[in-house]
Design a protein around this ligand. Structure first.
Ligand code: GLA
Length: 392
C-alpha cells in the first residue's frame, strides 16, 4: 500500500506545491449481481485497495491530471470538457468534473495526481475508485456542498454519459459509503442502506482469474437491454411494474409463455438473486455461516446458467475453491466474463486455501492467479496528513 507522504512527494515533484490527499476504495460484491440496474438489492464491501488522488486548486479554469499508472498527463479546459479516445483512463476523472459542471457545481481548476492500487480490469471497481477519489478531491477544493449520495450519483452519471458504460450505482455507492468490517446492503431504488457486520472468524478472499474477455462491456449493455425488454413485456400484464425488482417469481412463472426462454432466464436470475441477497443478510444476522454457502453457490449457478455472464475460468476457480477445507461459499463477483471470484473462508484455513487454489488453478490453466485477502474497509476519505507526519 502506498503512503500518503509518498504521494505528496510525487505531487510536489510534478506540480511544485503542497496538496491535499484523498483516497477511495475498490469493492468486492458478496452477493446481488446484475441487480443494481434493476432497482434491486446488493451486498458489496469496500476493500483495502485504494485509488489515491493528491490535489491542489488552480484558478485558471484548467484541470491538469497526471496518472501514475499510465505515466501520462492530460490537460483540459473546464468549459470545454469532452471525452478522449474510447477507453482512455482520463475519461473517468474528466467525466466527474463534467458531471459536477452539469449539476451546476462549477469548479475553478485543479492539479491532480492519481495513483491507483485497485487491480485494473479485474472487476474490483478500479474505475469507481478513480471517480470517487477525484470527485471527493474536486468537491473538497470547491465551496459546493455535495454529500456522499450525490457524489455517488454524479460519478455514476460520469461513467454512464461521459465514459459510455451503462453501469448501476453499486460500485460508486460503496466506494463512498464503505465501512470497516462491514458489508453494505443497498436498496438501489431508494438508496436506503444498512451495514451488515461480517463475522470476525471469516475472511474475504478474492481470486483473480487473470482473464478479461473482450465481450464484457458489450454483453453488459446487452443484459441491461434484455432486462428492460422483460420489464416492457411484464408491464403489459402488471402495469405497476417499473423494474424487475417489482416482479415476484410466481408472477414471472405465470407468464412464462409471454417471454422467450432467454428473457425468462434473465428475469429469473434477477428475481431470485434479489431474494438471495435478503437471505444472506438474514444469515449474517443469525450468525448462521453454514447457510451462506448454498446461497453463494446458487448465485454463481444462476449467473452461469440463467444470466450467462460467467466463463470457463470463473467456473473453474469456483469449482476448485469449493473443494477446499474451510470454504464457506464461493461465486463470481462483479460484471463477469473474467475478473474475480469472492470466497468466504474460515480465517484459520486461509493460507492453505490460497496455496491450494493457486496451485490447482495454474496447473489447469497455465495462468498464475493473484489472490487477495482484504478486510472490509472504510469508504472515501480525506487523509489527515498530521497523523502521518506529526513532526510538521
Ligand atoms: C459492474 C457494474 C455494477 C454492477 C455489476 C454487476 O460492476 O459497474 O454497477 O452492475 O457490474 O453486478
Amino acid at each position: 500500500m502506498k503512503t500518503p507522504l509518498q504521494i505528496l512527494d510525487r505531487f510536489k515533484a510534478r506540480f511544485g506545491t503542497a496538496a491535499s490527499i484523498f483516497r477511495a476504495p475498490g469493492r468486492v460484491n458478496l452477493i446481488g449481481e446484475h441487480t443494481d440496474y434493476n432497482d434491486g438489492f446488493v451486498l458489496p464491501a469496500a476493500i483495502e485497495f485504494y485509488c489515491w488522488a493528491a490535489s491542489a486548486p488552480r484558478r485558471d479554469g484548467k484541470l491538469v491530471i497526471h496518472s501514475e499508472n499510465f505515466n501520462e498527463t492530460v490537460e483540459a479546459g473546464l468549459d470545454s470538457l469532452s471525452p478522449l479516445a474510447k477507453k482512455h483512463w482520463a475519461n473517468y476523472p474528466l467525466g466527474v468534473a463534467w458531471a459536477l459542471h452539469q449539476a451546476r457545481k462549477p469548479l475553478t481548476g485543479a492539479n491532480i495526481y492519481i495513483a491507483g492500487e485497485v487491480p485494473l480490469g479485474a472487476g474490483l471497481s478500479s474505475s469507481a475508485a478513480v471517480e470517487v477519489a477525484v470527485g471527493f478531491a474536486l468537491v473538497s477544493e470547491s465551496k459546493h456542498g455535495v454529500d456522499r449520495t450525490e457524489l455517488a450519483r454524479l460519478c455514476q452519471k460520469a461513467e454512464n454519459e461521459f465514459v459510455g458504460a451503462r453501469v448501476g450505482i453499486m460500485d460508486q455507492f460503496v466506494s463512498c459509503f464503505g465501512r470497516a468490517s462491514h458489508a453494505l446492503m443497498l436498496d438501489c431504488r431508494s438508496l436506503e442502506h444498512k451495514f451488515v457486520k461480517l463475522p470476525a472468524d471469516l475472511q474475504l478472499v478474492i481470486c483473480n482469474t487473470m482473464v478479461r474477455h473482450e465481450l464484457a462491456s458489450g454483453e453488459y449493455n446487452a443484459r441491461r437491454a434484455e432486462c428492460e425488454e422483460g420489464v416492457r413485456i411484464l408491464q403489459t400484464i402488471h402495469p405497476k411494474v417499473r423494474a424487475l425488482r417489482d416482479v415476484t417469481l410466481s408472477q414471472l412463472q405465470d407468464h412464462r409463455q409471454e417471454l422467450s426462454p432467454k428473457l425468462f432466464a434473465r428475469c429469473r436470475h434477477v428475481i431470485t438473486e434479489n431474494a438471495r441477497v435478503k437471505s444472506v443478510v438474514e444469515a449474517f444476522h443469525r450468525g448462521d455461516s453454514k447457510a451462506l454457502g448454498p446461497l453463494l453457490q446458487d448465485s454463481h449457478r444462476s449467473l452461469r446458467d440463467d444470466y450467462e455472464v460467467s466463463c470457463r475460468e470463473l467456473d473453474l476457480m469456483v469449482e476448485i475453491a469449493t473443494a477446499q477445507p474451510g470454504l464457506i461459499g464461493a461465486r463470481m463477483t462483479g460484471g463477469g466474463f473474467g475478473g474475480c471470484t469472492i470466497n468466504l473462508v474460515e480465517s484459520a484455513a486461509v493460507s492453505n486455501f490460497r496455496r491450494n487454489v493457486a496451485a490447482a488453478y495454474s496447473s489447469k490453466t497455465g495462468l498464475t492467479p493473484e489472490i487477495y485477502v482484504s478486510p472490509a474497509s472504510e469508504g472515501a476519505q480525506k487523509i489527515a496528513l498530521e497523523e502521518y507526519n506529526p513532526a510538521k
